[in-house]
Ligand binder design. Structure first.
Ligand SMILES: CSC[C@H]1O[C@@H](n2cnc3c(O)ncnc32)[C@H](O)[C@@H]1O
Ligand SMILES: [Zn+2]
Length: 445
């Protein structure tokens, strides 16, 4: 008998496909070749003699699921973790973060801080992230080195930023990003990010959107994050932020709006009509006391909502398991209704809906034959995961990132039994500690 060759065979106790049917497979076997899922089937249907695999992962008491997708973060801000806590957004940004970024953000700092973030994300089950920051080339190189799937977006603000000191040259920065990374790797998608409607002029918002549309790239921005933003935009443009952006012509299905904390009914209707996707970052919204986004109302309008951690200076970690727990609970208390944001739906937000938010649902977000092999394996043999009536309940309300044993991205094992395969964590932490020492002293890198 001719055997089908596989790169990897994975056995487990339970597998959550997170496909639209949300099938759960007991005692699953999963075959992977050339970075893709070849089959998923129950072990009883598996003909052992029909396959030969270069590597086999087979551990008792494990749950296999799609890798988690973090749709909004600023990875290099790991270097600022814990540096400016317990402040409201505008004070945090203008008095602490922007000045620190002006002094310390460099290609080296972004590479080191992003690598540290990637180590943290892989160790906690994230396989795809969408980053928005400066010196994007460093983020993309770090993602290639870590073996992570990434949307790397270039951030724009209408004042001199570390990689675009002259804001009138923003389009040069766009061109550099496209020349270096568009089509360069199946793991990397470039994208464009305008910081917000209050920090970018209508001309900038439009110019960057036009470039994104021309190049078929995702366009993102922080939207309606605080009440202060609503007043500012209302004063400046005589309209609420979402209406202002709709009238400007930058809202469509290739737009991902981050936060959306203070959207009202009319604005939600506009987002739904335009096909805008949303990234919800509940822990950052809580820590900066920005507010509670009306997520159940958005989902009722069929606005696709995904999860993001935001940067680690406003969260302060990148563990999407903790974010899922927060997302499930915060809306129960906000609506005083424990039936909203059920565990199964929250897991979907962190997987398939994350893929939809990034326009990657054909490739990732669920475990299905033909999709990329981006998956994680959790250890169920833990006191806090015993007994198990409902795996979705455990993933949202009991598990943390440290329950992830093994992570596979595009068919590559990037972490096995909690050992990072591509990253030297000690060296990365040493480098970031050295950067933090300079930040503490206030010296330039
Ligand atoms: C142009 S994107 C990078 C830019 O955004 C800043 N930032 C990080 N988190 C937030 C947030 O929650 N709201 C607004 N701005 C934020 C970051 O420090 C960079 O300057
Ligand atoms: Zn952000």
């Amino acid at each position: 008998m001719i055997k089908t060759e596989l790169d990897l065979l994975v056995f487990g106790s339970l597998l959550l496909t997170m496909s639209s049917q949300q099938a759960v497979v007991e005692h699953p076997v999963l075959g992977i070749r050339d970075g893709k899922i070849v089959f998923v089937m129950p072990r009883k249907d598996f003909q052992e003699g029909a396959y030969c695999a270069k590597k086999v992962l087979n551990r008792r008491d494990t749950l296999i699921m799609p890798g988690l997708i973090n749709t909004h973060t600023h990875l290099a801000m790991t270097c600022f973790r814990g540096m400016a806590d317990d402040l409201p957004l505008m004070t945090w940004l203008h008095e602490r973060i922007f000045p620190a970024e002006a002094q310390h953000v460099s290609p080296q700092m972004v590479y080191a801080g992003s690598l540290l973030a990637m180590a943290e994300m892989i160790l906690s089950g994230t396989t795809t992230f969408c980053d928005s920051y400066f010196f994007v080339d460093s983020v993309a190189r770090a993602a290639m080195d870590a073996g992570m799937r990434a949307v790397v977006s270039q951030g724009f603000i209408d004042f001199p930023t570390p990689d675009t000191p002259d804001p009138s040259r923003q389009l040069d920065t766009v061109e550099r990003l496209i020349a270096s990374w568009k089509g360069a790797s199946p793991l990397i998608q470039p994208a464009l990010f305008c910081h917000s409607p209050y920090s970018c002029s209508p001309e900038t918002l439009l110019r960057i959107k036009a470039a994104a549309s021309r190049e078929n790239l995702l366009y993102m921005l922080h939207l309606s994050e605080t009440r202060e933003e609503i007043s500012l935009i209302q004063e400046r443009y005589g309209r609420k932020p979402a209406l202002f952006l709709r009238d400007l012509g930058v809202l469509d299905s290739a737009t991902l709006a981050v936060h959306c904390t203070w959207l009202d009914e009319e604005e939600m209707a506009v987002l739904a009509e335009c096909g805008v996707r949303v990234s919800h970052a509940p822990q950052s919204n809580m820590k900066l006391a920005s507010g509670i986004a009306p997520i159940p109302a958005m989902q009722a309008r069929r606005i696709p909502v995904s999860l993001g951690t935001d940067g680690s200076a406003s969260n302060n970690d990148l563990d999407l398991f903790r974010e899922m727990d927060t997302a499930a609970k915060i809306h129960k208390i906000a609506t005083m209704d424990p039936t909203v944001m059920k565990a199964r739906q929250v897991v979907q937000m962190a997987t398939l809906d994350g893929a939809k938010a990034l326009g990657l649902e054909e490739r990732i977000g669920s475990i299905e034959a033909g999709k990329a092999a981006d998956l994680i394996i959790l250890d169920l043999n833990q006191p806090h995961l015993t007994p198990m009536y409902d795996p979705f309940s455990h993933l949202v309300y009991a598990a943390t990132g440290s329950d992830v044993l093994t992570s596979i991205i595009n068919g590559n094992v990037v972490m096995e039994n909690r050992e990072l395969r591509h990253l030297d964590l000690d060296a990365i932490m040493k480098e970031v500690k050295a950067i933090a020492k300079r930040i503490k002293k206030g010296h330039r890198d």
